[in-house]
Write a protein that binds this ligand. Structure first.
Ligand code: SAM
Length: 241
């Protein structure tokens, strides 16, 4: 057997782990479906002893911040991540489910991820992946029309949004009104060139924050995603209707 891998809980965020490598550390999540990779990501196994001294095996999936804006935000040092064990999360812009699969690991068996994606092509992969992961509810629908999926989605603790659309602040607001608990949290990734490529990204981010404030979405923190993504920011905040 090769050298043992050490995986430790992330110092700030519950449900997220750090795999200590020889040369560098990587983020990881506890694999809800051991033995299976979702998109070719690396898996690492650990063997420790539980409270009674019995051997305990666990498997983690490495989570690459170049492939996930949520992972980039965690590596970048956000203070608040409400994608946490037991949380009910509405994920808008799921694509084929790369990040959704890690969110599914993080919220775990007592949490739930409602994953919305409007592209049928990506939606097919998302639905396929969800078959092995009972805590994901895949929804192939347009996030601009939350009424279309209101029968499938309960009230949630957190909305994560990554749709890269010019009207995404409005899309976030209508979904928050429909599904987000009062004092629930939102996390939104903003790709400045998708909103206005003619002005400075910082100006775009500030304008988006103003749109959120006008919709009872109270931004609490903002970080840019360099070096993982260019001209992107993640804004995290609370919904106070
Ligand atoms: N969050 C994904 C991840 O980390 O794996 C990547 C998301 S990608 C940047 C944006 C996705 O949002 C695309 O798959 C696109 O089809 C989807 N999208 C854009 N507008 C949408 C809308 N109105 N409703 C639902 N999905 C939308």
């Amino acid at each position: 057997k090769g050298s043992a891998v050490v995986v430790e809980p992330h110092k700030v965020h519950a449900g997220i782990f750090v795999s200590r490598g020889k040369s560098e550390d990587s983020l990881a999540t506890l694999n809800l479906v051991p033995g299976v990779s979702v998109y070719g990501e690396k898996r690492v196994q650990t063997e420790t002893t539980d409270a009674n001294g019995a051997p305990e095996k666990k498997e983690y999936r490495v989570w690459n911040p170049y492939r996930s804006k949520l992972a980039a935000a965690v590596v970048g040092g956000i203070d608040n991540c409400k994608v946490a064990p037991g949380a009910k999360v509405l994920y808008l812009g799921a694509a084929s489910g790369t990040t959704v699969s890690h969110v599914s690991d993080i919220v775990g068996p007592t949490g739930i991820v409602y994953a919305v994606e409007f592209s049928h092509r990506s939606g097919r992969d998302l639905v396929e992946m969800s078959k092995r992961r009972p805590n994901i509810v895949p929804i192939v629908a347009d996030a601009r029309n939350p009424k279309a999926y209101r029968m499938l989605v309960g009230m949630v603790d957190c909305i994560f949004m990554d749709v890269a659309q010019p009207d995404q602040a409005r899309i976030l607001a209508i979904n928050a009104k429909q599904f987000l608990k009062a004092d629930g949290w939102f996390m939104i990734s903003i790709k400045a060139p998708c909103i206005d490529s003619t002005i400075e990204p910082a100006v775009v981010f500030a304008a988006e924050v103003e749109k959120m404030k006008a919709e009872q979405l109270r931004p609490k923190e903002q970080i840019t995603l360099e070096p993982f993504e260019r001209d992107h920011a993640v804004v995290v905040g609370v919904y106070r209707p």
